[in-house]
Write a protein that binds this ligand. Structure first.
Ligand code: ISL
Length: 549
């Protein structure tokens, strides 16, 4: 398997508006990130991915960009960005930006022009039609085709109506995107995370979807369109191949069979993608608002299958949460009695699988879902639209509220908890753009740094451990006890070593059975303060990494 820096790196995602506010306006900014670079360096990560920092009317928290070459005013200036980039580089940290080019803001100049008249030179930058071309639904509720008065036509928006989809069939659009990528790469950034990249090629016959099966629509119709690989190869040839840049695609809709097509090193498209298979395990057919129970066997099956299918040629980003999903300790762990143990267990999983791990801000202190007591506290357009839809239909909000507590994206978007001061030390403003999780009084960085047995130090230790044991990056993978819902056990090995990882995903002690190697195991890492009982038992949420032989 080819070795590469971006395979060995660990990425840390920052959600800038919620990281650190240095101006007192209740909104995180670039200077806040610069201030915390030493913190990140100490933690031991290599690459910082910044969610969008560009000019935007902020309909979808910056994922609606009105100028790709300008910084959002509330986040700072281009000078602040240059300072951040240079300081990061001085400390040996890399910066990756979010490339959101499936759609723009409706306030982007291209769209402002495009909607003016049918013969405007920018008309073909977007998808226009005299009538609705299909029954497609938008991710944030309602039709994906929006009527526009000016020309009495409809335009396509797979997300909010302020996020019109760009028409990648138009070579001028592609050139515009490549130009803006060059702009940032020439400035010295280290690569891109690519938002909903499998959606940029559309099925131009716009086939109708089964509106009761939104997940099916995403996988079968909205993503992996006929020209996707051609576009990505072109992007690689025109831009990426000219730099030593990281390219990480948001792999929405990509299944294990398709994954290799995107990341096979010989195909020269993207270096890695992060798939959604394990992120939708607890979604019913209706999508995230139709939750169903999570099964560990399915979760393990997915990791196993992806590992096999990508083989030695493809590559993955491994992640368990980000700004679009609930907090991992609340979703896959136990955020009450075993918060510390289960957060450490999930860290162990993230850092012992093949693939480039992507951590999300706050996981290193075990931040949890927020459960806002009032629905009015939710800021996300997705949730607000859903609430409005329910109200309009006269539906009961109690049930919806439960689901929102469980799945809302705002769970992961509450401010970073630095200390026990107001707003968890995130901001001195009385009002912040989103409320803090009140548990900042106990769960915060300051407390974590005072306690050598904290989740934070476990992360720091695991990051060092991964760096000094490359077997976890490149090695083979074999799973044991695949059919149990309680434990996740796997071996990682190569010429340099052989290791066993054992994780108990339950609140009770579990027995590990049928593993031959079990007699010759030595503990390397353990998430409990006292050594394991023995290698046949795992205490609640216990995680142990053993060396074999
Ligand atoms: O959270 C979701 C909506 O229910 C996801 O399906 C999400 O829409 C999907 O992961 C795409 O996410 C990306 O593009 C969106 C933006 O809202 C997300 O924040 C971004 O990560 C549109 O740009």
């Amino acid at each position: 398997m080819t070795r590469a820096w971006w395979k060995e790196a660990v990425v840390y995602q920052i959600y800038p508006r919620s990281f650190l506010d240095t101006t007192g306006d209740g909104f995180g900014d670039l200077n806040g990130i610069t201030q915390k670079l030493d913190y990140l360096k100490d933690l031991g990560i290599d690459v910082i991915w910044l969610s969008p920092i560009f000019a935007s009317p902020d309909d979808d928290n910056g994922y609606d960009i009105s100028d790709y070459r300008d910084i959002m005013e509330k986040m700072g200036t281009m000078e602040d960005f240059d300072t951040l980039l240079n300081s990061a580089h001085e400390k040996g940290l890399k910066i990756v930006l979010d490339l959101v080019v499936n759609h723009t803001s409706d306030e982007h100049n291209w769209f402002v022009e495009s909607r003016k008249s049918k013969d405007n030179p920018y008309r073909d930058y977007y998808f226009w039609s005299d009538e609705k071309r299909s029954n497609w639904l938008s991710f944030f509720g309602g039709d994906a085709w929006e009527h526009d008065e000016a020309t009495n036509s409809y335009y396509l928006h797979l997300f909010s109506k302020k996020q019109p989809d760009l028409n990648w069939e138009n070579p001028k659009v592609r050139q515009e995107v490549y130009d803006l990528m060059h702009f940032w790469l020439k400035k010295g950034i280290d690569g891109f995370r690519m938002d909903v990249i499998p959606m940029i090629s559309k099925y131009l016959d716009f086939p109708d979807i089964d509106t009761n099966n939104f997940v099916g629509a995403i996988n079968d119709v909205y993503t992996n369109g006929p020209r996707i690989h051609e576009f990505l190869r072109e992007m690689n040839e025109e831009v990426l191949s000219k730099y030593d840049a990281l390219s990480m695609g948001e792999g929405i809709g990509i299944n294990a069979d398709q994954g290799l097509m995107y990341t096979d090193e010989d195909r020269k498209e993207l270096q890695m993608i992060y798939h959604f298979d394990h992120m939708s395990l607890d979604w019913g057919k209706g999508g995230k608002f139709d939750p169903k129970p999570f099964k560990l066997t399915e979760f393990k099956y997915l990791f196993r299958t992806w590992h096999e299918k990508l083989g030695d040629k493809g590559w993955l980003t491994v992640f368990l949460d980000n700004h679009d999903f609930p907090r991992m300790v609340s979703r896959f762990g136990n955020d009450q009695q075993y918060r510390v143990e289960s957060a450490k267990l999930l860290c162990t999983l993230l850092l012992t699988l093949r693939g480039t791990p992507c951590l999300y801000q706050g996981s290193e202190i075990g931040m949890t879902n927020v459960n806002f007591p009032s629905l009015d506290q939710y800021e996300d357009i997705e949730i607000r639209n859903k609430i409005a839809e329910h109200k309009a239909l006269g539906k009961d909000l109690k049930e919806l509220e439960k689901v929102i507590h469980q799945i809302a994206r705002d769970n992961a978007r509450t401010p970073m908890q630095w200390n026990d001061q107001p707003n968890g030390g995130f901001s001195t403003s009385e009002k912040t753009w989103i409320d803090s999780n009140p548990n900042f009084d106990t769960i915060n960085v300051e407390n974590a740094l005072k306690d050598k047995s904290s989740i934070w130090y476990y992360y720091q230790n695991m990051l060092k451990f991964r760096k000094s044991h490359k077997t976890f990056v490149y090695g083979e993978y074999k799973e044991y006890m695949e059919d149990t819902e309680s434990v996740y056990v796997y071996k990682r090995w190569d010429g340099d070593g052989e290791y066993m990882v054992m994780l108990n995903f339950t609140d009770i002690t579990q027995e590990v059975v049928d593993i031959q190697e079990i007699r010759s195991l030595k503990v390397l890492v353990n998430n409990y303060k006292t050594p394991p009982i023995n290698s046949l038992y795992l205490r609640p949420w216990e995680a142990v990494v053993y060396t074999i032989g």
